[in-house]
Design a protein around this ligand. Structure first.
Ligand SMILES: *Cc1c(COP(=O)(O)O)cnc(C)c1O
Length: 355
């Protein structure tokens, strides 16, 4: 398929494909040959182009660098055994980008242009989608302010871009987490629901403290009382206690509306799995770990799809979860999602976009 007529194309004169070792990919290190760019000026998006991936000029007065109007998305493309390229739930990412844009006072990037740009870029760089089981092409759409102006106000110009990065089979080693009851990721009325760059900047320091204590990630609690489990910062979290799946509800503005979360909830419904979208309190979490009624704990997000949690630190104590059984809900969900993503299971919910 040729590039969309709305998009001008400048091909890279030297592909990095032959110099790339697909057997030892480190997450985020290797970037594919091309990137998509669109600029917003005078109230409209234009100048859609695909060019070789490379540096760009930014004024020191660029508003993003000072006031942080920057949002992003994360999604993946997979290659089937037959060599077809499939993207998981791309329309949901396009929609969520625009929800984030609204909160950060940025213009929407129309969904049909988002999909068109994605299709053109992935078609051009389809050789970059790795085929080995478990590997995929990570896709990073993002938008940021472009005004060269120091006054505090929403920027009037913006740039939307997409580039991609081949990633190897994600670490399936179970993760350890620490319940954070001092620092806050999000609070009602804040920006926690937006996939905004600043949310990540604010969470780096507490996450680093936890890593120095030997934990992989944090389990954030609500900003007001620190008594309810929210999510894990790059993943939503789910628990199975006494046969019931429990995950924090979205809609209060503090939980990122994960597309993996939404998909796992759909599978739970398909399978008649008992499910409660409610806040689990820190006390309940600790009690279920004390009395052994916590059956499963796992993170859900694009990077790992499902990350099993084997250790939880809460109120000064470490609790260990036994490796869940082969028929555990989380294992079944991971297998099913992988099957759909690699085109091996029927895509009954029409989640996959074929490039
Ligand atoms: C991106 C993200 C997630 C996971 O969302 P997916 O759409 O499943 O990848 C969860 N929490 C936060 C804070 C995020 O930024």
């Amino acid at each position: 398929m040729p590039c969309s007529p709305n998009i001008s194309l400048t091909k890279s004169s030297h592909s990095k494909l032959s110099e790339t070792d697909f057997s030892s990919l480190v997450f985020g290190k290797v970037i594919s040959d091309h990137m998509f760019i669109a600029d917003y000026q005078n109230g409209a998006w234009g100048d859609f182009r695909i060019v070789p991936y490379g540096p760009m000029d930014i004024y020191p007065g660029n508003a993003t660098l000072h006031y942080g109007q920057a949002i992003f998305e994360g999604m993946k493309a997979y290659k089937t055994k037959k060599g077809d390229v499939l993207v998981f739930r791309a329309e949901s990412n396009a929609r969520r980008l625009n929800e984030s844009a609204k909160r950060m006072c940025m213009p929407e990037f129309p969904e049909q242009h988002f999909i068109e740009a994605l299709r053109s870029l992935l078609d051009l760089d389809r050789e970059w989608v790795p085929q080995e089981k478990g590997s995929s092409l990570y896709i990073r759409p993002f938008m940021f302010a472009m005004d060269n102006y120091l006054g505090v106000r929403p920027s009037e110009s913006y740039r939307f871009m997409i580039f991609t990065s081949p990633v190897g089979a994600y670490y399936t080693k179970p993760v350890s987490v620490k319940v954070e009851t001092n620092y806050t990721r999000a609070t009602e009325g804040g920006t926690g629901e937006a996939k905004a760059a600043g949310n990540y900047a604010a969470s780096l320091y507490p996450a680093q403290l936890a890593q120095q204590e030997g934990y992989d990630q944090l389990l954030w609690t609500d900003g007001k009382t620190h008594s309810q489990i929210e999510e894990s910062g790059t993943m939503n979290v789910m628990f199975k206690i006494k046969g019931t799946l429990i995950t924090a509800p979205t809609g209060k503005g503090t939980i990122l509306k994960g597309i993996t979360r939404k998909s796992v909830i759909q599978l739970a419904k398909d399978w008649g799995q008992k499910l409660e979208e409610r806040f689990l309190t820190v006390a309940e979490l600790q009690e279920s770990l004390e009395n052994g009624t916590m059956e499963e704990a796992f993170g859900v997000g694009t990077a790992a799809t499902i990350a099993f949690i084997h250790k939880i630190h809460v109120n000064g104590k470490d609790y260990f979860l036994p490796e869940s059984a082969a028929d555990a809900f989380s294992k079944h969900a991971l297998k099913t999602l992988d099957g759909i993503k690699y085109g091996e299971l029927q895509d009954t919910h029409h989640w996959m976009l074929s490039i």
